[in-house]
Design a protein around this ligand. Sequence first.
Ligand code: PLP
Length: 395
Amino acid sequence: MSGVFAAAAARLAERGKALEDLMGYADRPGIISFAGGFPDPATFPLETFRRVAAAATAKRRGFQYAPVAGNPRLRERVAAAMPFPAAPDEVVITSGSQQGLDLLGKILLDPQDLVLVESPTYLGALQAFDPLGPVYVTVAGDEEGILPEALGEALSRMGGARPKFLYLTPNFQNPTGRTLSGERRGPILELAARYGFYILEDNAYGELYFRVPPPPPLRALPGGEERVIYLGTFSKILAPGLRVGWVVAPAEVRRAFLQAKTAADLGSGSLAQEIMLGVMEELVLADHLRKVREFYARRAHAMDRTLGEVFAGGVGVWRVPDGGFFVWLTLPEGVDTSMLLPMAVDRGVAYVPGNPLCPDGQGARSARLTFSCATEEDIAEGGKRLGEALRHFAT
Ligand SMILES: Cc1ncc(COP(=O)(O)O)c(C=O)c1O
């Protein structure tokens, strides 16, 4: 990178580039994509959006600056919808939860600070933290999320050093789809209290369960209000295009966060917030969510069915998630999903290779398959193409 750029830009470019190089050609016409992590536009409640947007644009308020912490009525609505008691004052509206991650990185991280992460984890979080130059410490886990014992060991290995925070996506994780079991949540929170670090609880997918709600968030557990910084978003349940998310944080974090938010954008877009408020007031959210959950559950089952047909007999290992958008597929020893990707794309299917999503350097034979955005027919056809690519790779 040329000398005009800050070191932070180089750190930012490094991770982005690895994936860009891999994915650059994955959006060719005719490709069935299991790659992007988008919601399906068919789930957007368009009629309601049109009506409330017409009302919001008839008033001047949506064209003026909003308070930096967000539209007060929207903060009230969001606070009331949280799965734990929260006051409107505790909520800060952000431009997507991604901005929450970015600003939390800015206010919490100095170069070389320790950050605890799952492996694999959400790539966008790593991209938000990377410019600050943290050192990632991965915490081992299994199908039920990270292990409190592994977290305890990681903490004692640090000697006197203390991590700044643990970044966690407890529900229907991006990229594995896994959920942190209820029994593990308390002990993890206890470790955060004992060692004095925050937990960034990113709950982007928690509402999108297929059968039963996930266990209560860590923020809802005793002591959670002191240690947990909770991130929420409308992106996956209503629509990402308005860029409205939120952070619920302890008072001292909120103060610094609001200063960073002021520097970043003087507050999120007023019109988008007016529209989201209108949607929250007009739409029966419970009915909408029921439909959206059924919609994605069908696709998850279609993906499971297809993988069962294509990768039978232990060729692939995966687990149908209980919610969200993703399946994590692990292929046999010797397969490298980064090398397999061009062959898959040649056959008309794309996915995200596992390795760039794994801060511990693992994941080479795994792939993230997104089922949220492909029709059931495309899931079946895409799965078949993936099977062909694997046969070609093996020969
Ligand atoms: C785990 C997770 N967190 C945060 C985000 C950011 O979403 P947004 O900024 O649209 O709220 C995403 C988007 O894919 C995600 O998967």
